[in-house]
Design a binder for this molecule. Structure first.
Ligand code: ASP
Length: 320
């Protein structure tokens, strides 16, 4: 009889406040993110191996403040996740990440990974040296979620709440429960070591829209896509300057249901004539922009401006 293989949870450390430290004992702000190694973070949490339901392995993939996230770390992270997902001994992946750009990384991974197992991002709003850090509980919850048999796809958990990659965004600069999923609401909760799904069952994982790009990510040119805000008093000069600088795409964070200042609209028309791809997202934090038939621009299909930027970069990367 074949011995049953012990399946492990792999934790990939990228830095963030969850690995942050302050020289002022107990401080919640004024710390430096990305200071404590992922091994040390795991070692400080009792019951973690039990929550993993098997073995745990850790890799320090980066040690950065996620405000500085960029293409090089994204590439390594996506490719490392893909290789772990293909490994039969891995039951799930946890990624420790800063809160600032977590939603961007989650959306990028969602678009690239065939995640038939859970890929769970987690974070903290207080550094590891705080009087009452939130990181250890978040990490324990993330490992619990990654070990949950029904879970799949790119998820995130913080403050006990489980969110999906498409809807999640950071909505508060300080609160421990800093993330929300807008109208869609959370996918579930991790409560006392158990996962409770909001709709009675785990969400299904989708085929990634840009999975074919994964192997070449490290060698291809990431298109330059910038975000421009439509606001009172704009003159569109920023758009003209970006076109002059050779921008490949522009995502406009439009007001309301995709409305644009007329001066900006004129500049965007010039950009399109110059061959720049333009997508319109709403700057409203909640709800979803309705695509009106007479809109001359392609909409970002309900994505926030930062996620629309990632989708446009991938779309342009894939374009022949
Ligand atoms: N600036 C930090 C980061 O994103 C904030 C955090 O993790 O809460 O890495």
């Amino acid at each position: 009889m074949q011995a049953k293989m012990e399946r492990k949870i792999v934790v990939l450390g990228t830095g963030g406040t969850i690995a942050g430290a302050s020289s002022v004992a107990g401080a919640n702000v004024g710390y430096t993110a990305g200071q404590i190694g992922v091994d040390a973070l795991l070692a400080a949490i009792p019951g973690l191996r039990q929550a993993a339901g098997g073995a745990l392995a850790a890799e320090q993939l980066a040690q950065i403040d996620s405000k500085d996230m960029g293409f090089e770390v994204w590439t390594r992270l996506a490719q490392r996740c893909a290789s772990h997902l293909a490994d039969a001994s891995v039951a799930g992946i946890v990624i420790t990440h800063g809160t600032d750009t977590l939603e961007e990384t989650a959306w990028l991974l969602h678009q690239l990974l065939d995640a038939s197992k859970p890929v769970v991002l987690t974070c903290a709003m207080r550094p590891a040296t705080a009087l009452a850090p939130d990181g250890p509980q978040n990490l324990l919850d993330a490992v619990t979620l990654a070990a949950e048999r029904a879970a799949r796809g790119v998820l995130m958990v913080s403050a006990g709440v489980v969110h999906g990659a498409r809807e999640v965004s950071k909505v508060h600069p300080l609160r421990l429960d800093a993330f929300a999923s807008g109208d869609g609401g959370p996918l579930g909760w991790v409560e006392a070591g158990r996962v409770r799904w909001a709709h009675g069952c785990a969400p299904v994982s989708a085929t990634p829209a840009y999975g074919v790009l994964l192997p070449a990510l490290g060698v291809v040119h990431w298109p330059r896509v910038e975000i421009v805000l439509s606001h009172a008093g704009t003159d569109g000069a920023l758009v003209d300057w970006l076109v002059e600088k050779g921008v490949d795409g522009i995502v406009v964070a439009a007001s309301g249901n995709g409305t644009l200042h007329q001066a900006l609209e004129a500049a965007l028309a010039r950009a399109v004539d110059a061959g720049v791809a333009v997508r319109v997202a709403s700057r409203c934090p909640e709800g979803r922009m309705l695509d009106l038939h007479d809109m001359p621009w392609q909409s970002a299909k309900g994505l926030s401006p930062v996620k629309a930027r990632i989708s446009l970069m991938l779309e342009l990367m894939q374009a022949p």
